[in-house]
Design a protein around this ligand. Structure first.
Ligand SMILES: Cc1cc2nc3c(=O)[nH]c(=O)nc-3n(C[C@H](O)[C@H](O)[C@H](O)COP(=O)(O)OP(=O)(O)OC[C@H]3O[C@@H](n4cnc5c(N)ncnc54)[C@H](O)[C@@H]3O)c2cc1C
Length: 416
């Protein structure tokens, strides 16, 4: 087994090209949008600026880093993707500009794996071209999103159509989306509780897909919609995957999608740590710089060590996802689950410490920290709440000990 953390010259060149592109194109574009308040006052100017950056990314060959070349992507593996995502997310618009943003990114993986040829041409192609957006509709207000076996949205067959009724919320992107991947219950008595749901592709807008509101969150109204679904009809050819495979499809989608979140969160945490150190080198109090005080050094040291752990966990989980494409028997679920839990919590702690070191400035919106903090809180429960990951991690550890007499397999199955 070779363990080598150095990058090939080609990959290093890609990483540097992404960094240069983010610094020279995306960050200035983002600053223009912010300074001129384009989003609030000039929608055409705002969209024009976004599309200009996307066009530039495509021209630079920095487009769809997560997709194979046959779909117009960069054809990177997950380890390589980690480098690109962590550079792209240094700007909040970076992933969108490179067309690797959630939820489209996860939906692209899902369609590429589960879609029929016709579905891929109709839905995946425009996503990859950047001419369409999508959403993923699973969570419901009435039941715990953490347990998809509780889903109450139902679909029943009527001739060659399926009729869907239910209630969804927090559906990101729903108002912009040209289609939704929707999860509904189709099986009354599945062999196992996880086999009750099926995925459907719904063209939007659609009769029966009723947009109730965009939910206001702690970081504002941000495109997460509540949807009432009433007698929505879809043709049977719109089923994605087989009957009862909705849970499997969700799990398949969540592995790479969760890790992609982690890659972007690493970028955010690194920004917060850079800012923490920068501030501590400039702020003077009680006879010395903050950077010279042991209490502040502990905040910096803890953040540094946690970010290092996060990077190693993400790289290892990405390596396992790549390994699965060569050997179907490889299972990356445990590593992705541990990485997702750790990185989400690390992100919250590092931003919190950075705000602390900035004092009142950190609490203001004069720096990006307040905004980053509001966003980061979501990371601890979305795409698997902390406690659910902990439950699964503990189950695997207990299982490994029970069957092997050792917990080693559950701790990354590493050769140490
Ligand atoms: C910004 C944002 C965007 C989102 N985008 C989407 C989207 O595009 N599509 C979509 O379908 N959903 C989306 N969601 C919903 C998200 O996936 C859910 O919030 C998540 O799955 C958790 O479900 P829930 O909110 O119903 O919480 P619940 O399942 O009710 O859980 C609440 C809390 O209960 C605890 N808990 C739950 N189960 C256990 C357990 N077994 N043991 C111990 N504690 C437990 C945890 O602390 C958990 O945080 C989004 C949410 C947010 C905030």
């Amino acid at each position: 087994m070779a363990i080598d953390f150095s990058l090939s010259p080609e990959l290093e060149a890609i990483r540097l090209r992404v960094r240069t592109f983010i610094d020279s194109v995306v960050k200035p574009g983002e600053a223009r949008i912010h300074d001129d308040k384009l989003r609030e006052t000039d929608k055409t100017g705002y969209i024009g600026e976004l599309l200009r950056m996307r066009k530039a990314a495509r021209a630079e060959g920095l487009w769809l880093p997560h997709m194979p070349e046959e779909w117009g992507g960069m054809g990177l593996g997950h380890v390589q993707l980690a480098m690109v995502q962590a550079e792209a997310a240094k700007s909040s618009l970076g992933p969108w500009v490179l067309n690797c943003q959630a939820p489209d990114e996860g939906n692209m993986h899902t369609l590429a794996h589960w879609g029929t040829d016709e579905q891929k041409e109709k839905y995946l192609r425009p996503l990859c071209e950047g001419t369409a957006w999508s959403c993923f509709a699973m969570t419901e207000p009435e039941v715990a999103g953490s347990d998809p076996t509780l889903i109450q949205t139902t679909a029943y067959q009527d001739g060659d159509e399926w009729v869907i009724n239910g209630h969804k919320w927090f559906i990101s992107n729903a108002r912009r989306a040209g289609f939704a991947i929707l999860i509904a219950r189709t099986e009354d008595n599945p062999e196992i509780p996880q086999a009750g749901n099926t995925a459907f592709i719904v063209d939007l807008p659609a009769q029966g897909w009723n947009d109730v509101r965009e939910i206001e969150t702690m970081h504002g109204g941000t495109g997460h919609s509540e949807i009432m679904i009433e007698d929505l009809r879809v043709h049977q050819s719109q089923m994605l995957g087989g009957r009862g495979q909705g849970h499997l499809l969700g799990q398949y989608r969540l592995g790479p999608a969760r890790l992609a979140h982690c890659m972007r969160w690493i970028a955010q945490a690194e920004t917060a740590l850079d800012m923490m150190v920068d501030r501590s080198l400039k702020r003077y109090s009680h006879g010395s710089l903050l950077a010279e005080k042991q209490g502040i050094q502990w905040l910096i040291a803890d953040s540094t060590m946690e970010l290092y752990q996060a990077k190693l966990m993400v790289l290892h989980a990405a390596y396992k996802i790549d390994a699965k494409s060569r050997d179907e028997s490889v299972d990356f679920t445990a590593e992705v689950s541990m990485a997702k839990h750790f990185v989400a919590n690390m992100l919250n702690r590092v931003i919190d410490r950075s705000i602390q070191v900035h004092g009142a400035l950190g609490y203001s919106t004069d720096t990006p920290l307040a905004h980053m903090y509001q966003h980061a809180r979501w990371a601890r429960f979305a795409d698997g709440a902390d406690e659910v990951h902990q439950m699964r991690i503990a189950q695997r550890t207990i299982g490994a000990y029970t069957s092997d007499g050792s917990t080693r397999r559950a701790t990354g199955n590493l050769p140490i």
